[in-house]
Write a protein that binds this ligand. Structure first.
Ligand code: PRX
Length: 661
């Protein structure tokens, strides 16, 4: 990198020199094997996306493909459609009602095959339950559920009547649910009695009780009974408030079967999904109907080379994250695919769980996160080697940079050296995959997400916004795409300021650092902002800091993402306690529990370093870069701009002496 080029504050991972061409066999069978597709899309991006929109069923055609008043986009202007009708009704109408939408595998080993017809029936009834409870088009409905088939049904039921879903990942705390319901003015919440964790029910509804009393806008709670029928599991207390809480099964029994899908404007909001940003306040990313469905169905079809009649697709993400929204639910169902949906952890009841599922359902495509792959590497190849994985033909990776070693292991041990790997880069905000190989076309390099999807324009730029032909800098997206977020719920100014200001109002500022190589391949290096990525989970350092300082004995806290071989990044917190607290192990446990209560267990710091003061610039900004250097034992950089340069030395000495514990 020259001095002219910005050097984002992240560690650079270099790739290997190896290049893997798609095999002749894969190429011959692939639906998309002609590289000319890139030029076709590039010559006329709007025409390209329009050709994909035509695969959907519209009740009214659009009059204009794109109206772009930067940064405000409208796709398929004037068109009307219903997402649930596209994902369900049309497949049933085409005679595919008996096709399996989900091979569902419960944590307890229970299995359920849900056909398109069954999923449609549940969706229709549930849509009527929502309507009976007063939910109308445009109302926000919260969904806080385990990975059970009721989760996609709830999302589709919202889509059917034009309600806007707001799914909260089941691992988030009640307080996080409260915040997300309050800021989105949710009217109803669909949740469960409990989720299962290693065979034991973990109460969900009971844990929400306090939060629910603080949500005056939330009129009803629909509760799915996940665990009462389970043998051997402890009973869960499920407090039900008359007039507010209803059992899912009772409401469903009382509801009508048939619910007409509402024809909605292409730009009608489909969902809000909160994600972490650079401040303590999560952002409600808002996606809409026609463009989003076009984007996710096109990318699902092309990146995964889906052959509806042959493939069994397993996206092993949780529905609570965007990957689950786009590729377990909307992309997969819109394409009429058969998916696996798994409720549990990869190591329960044993570490061969994934491979057992692949063997049983003859999964052909596995889409998972690098952190999972690194965990499998740690457990040893003997485990997957004990199963028949020959059904697999394609592997995918998402959520964080995949290190070349993990990539090569994935290819060799899981893919039997025959499966191409698609390393897909995208975000909650982009809605759809943006940079990825096309498996029948693109030669892959381990660790690189390769090239932008056809029709997508991406570039690496310097801090001044100049395009870098080869080298490192900031990743930008330079042309609207159909699945792009339209705004932040209730905060359009923040949308403009966060994403569309730094490099101009028509250039999307991704927030990631990237390198572009001599072949035009993109290597995503990590975040350039205060977002950290722990096991593919996106968290904000500020949000964790704010949780820590809400503890009455914490005076100050600074949180960083420390490099971690297993989880990509690990949460390290530098904490200053007040005089009333003893900085000891008991206090660490208490603080971890406090963060779990505020945000969720996934946000608990892995390491807490006590410090009497924190390194700050003269304007009072915490120097996270220095804290990262300290935590990772690196030589300290320039400290002259600090208000009190001695502080870093003191913390560093303490860490070096192992006294932090
Ligand atoms: O830093 C990038 C990383 O995850 C961020 C987006 O997180 P989220 O909105 O939670 O969505 C994750 C799933 C799409 C990005 O800004 N990221 C995602 N995919 C990759 C990645 N980093 C490197 N390689 C990827 N394939």
């Amino acid at each position: 990198m020259s001095d002219e080029v910005a050097q984002p504050d992240v560690a650079v991972t270099m790739g290997t020199e190896e290049v893997f061409e798609p095999s002749e066999e894969f190429r011959a069978a692939a639906s998309f094997a002609d590289p000319a597709i890139y030029e076709i899309a590039e010559a006329d991006p709007e025409g390209w996306w329009e050709s994909w929109a035509k695969h959907l069923e519209w009740s009214e055609p659009w009059s204009e493909v794109l109206r772009w008043d930067a940064p405000w986009a409208k796709w398929f202007v004037g068109g009307k459609l219903n997402v649930s009708a596209n994902c369900l009704d049309r497949h049933v109408a085409a005679g595919n009602g008996e096709k399996v939408a989900y091979h569902w595998v419960g944590e307890d080993g229970a299995t359920r095959d849900v056909t398109y017809r069954e999923l449609l029936a549940t969706t229709e009834k549930l849509a009527n339950v929502l309507k009976d409870l007063g939910v109308e088009a445009g109302d926000v409905v919260g969904i806080y559920l385990p990975m059970i088939p009721e989760a996609p049904a709830a999302m589709l039921a919202c889509a059917r009547i034009g309600a806007v879903h707001n799914v909260v990942f089941g691992g988030f705390s009640a307080e996080a649910v409260r915040e997300r319901m309050a800021t989105s003015n949710a009217k109803l919440l669909v949740t469960a009695d409990a989720s299962l964790r290693r065979g034991e029910p973990m109460p969900m509804k009971a844990a929400l009780e306090d939060a629910l009393t603080q949500l005056p806008e939330l009129k009803n709670v629909v509760v799915v009974d996940r665990t009462s029928a389970l043998e051997g599991a402890s009973d869960v207390d499920v407090p039900m408030t008359e007039g507010r809480d209803v059992w899912f099964h009772e409401a469903m029994e009382a509801a009508h079967d048939f619910c007409e899908p509402v024809a909605l404007d292409s730009e009608h909001p489909l969902f809000i999904l909160y994600t972490s940003g650079s401040t303590a306040k999560p952002k409600g990313i808002q996606h809409t109907t026609g463009g989003y469905l076009t984007g996710v169905s096109a990318t699902h079809r092309m990146v995964f080379d889906i052959e509806t009649d042959l493939d069994v697709f397993w996206c092993a993400a949780d529905i609570g994250w965007v990957t689950g929204h786009s590729y377990i639910v909307y992309g997969a169902l819109c394409n009429g695919a058969t998916s696996v949906m798994y409720e549990g952890a990869p190591d329960y009841p044993h570490k061969g769980r994934f491979w057992e599922i692949i063997q049983k359902y003859k999964v052909t495509i596995l889409y998972t996160a690098p952190t999972a792959i690194r965990t499998f590497i740690k457990w040893g190849r003997e485990i997957p080697d004990g199963y028949d994985l020959s059904s697999l033909r394609l592997l995918g990776s998402v959520g964080e940079p995949i290190n070349p070693r993990a990539w090569l292991w994935y290819r060799e041990v899981i893919g039997g050296e025959r499966c191409p790997i698609v390393d897909t880069w995208w975000q909650t905000e982009t809605g759809q995959i943006m940079i990825s190989p096309l498996p029948g076309i693109t030669a892959t390099k381990p660790g690189s997400a390769t090239r932008p999807f056809p029709g997508i324009s991406a570039a690496v730029v310097t801090s001044k916004g100049e395009i870098v032909e080869e080298g490192g800098g900031f990743l930008t997206l330079r042309r609207p795409w159909p699945g792009m977020a339209r705004t932040l719920y209730g905060d359009p100014d923040r949308f403009v300021k966060t994403y569309w200001s730094r490099f101009g109002k028509d250039v999307y500022d991704v927030g990631d650092a990237a390198r572009i190589d001599e072949d035009g391949y993109f290597w995503i290096l990590g975040r350039t902002d205060d977002v950290i990525n722990v096991s593919g989970h996106r968290l904000s350092t500020m949000e964790i800091e704010s949780a820590l300082v809400s503890h009455p004995q914490v005076a100050e806290a600074a949180v960083i993402g420390q490099s971690d071989e297993q989880t990509g990044q690990a949460i390290t917190a530098f904490v200053t306690v007040d005089g009333s607290a003893d900085p000891d192990d008991a206090m660490k446990t208490e603080l971890a529990a406090h963060v779990a209560e505020k945000i969720g267990k996934l946000a608990r710091p892995q390491r807490i370093i006590w410090s009497d003061d924190l390194p700050k610039t003269r304007s009072g900004k915490i120097m996270r870069r220095l804290l990262r250097d300290i935590a990772e034992g690196r030589e300290l950089g320039d400290v002259t701009t600090l208000r009190d340069p001695a502080v870093v030395g003191l913390i560093a000495d303490r860490v070096a002496a192992g006294e932090e514990d």
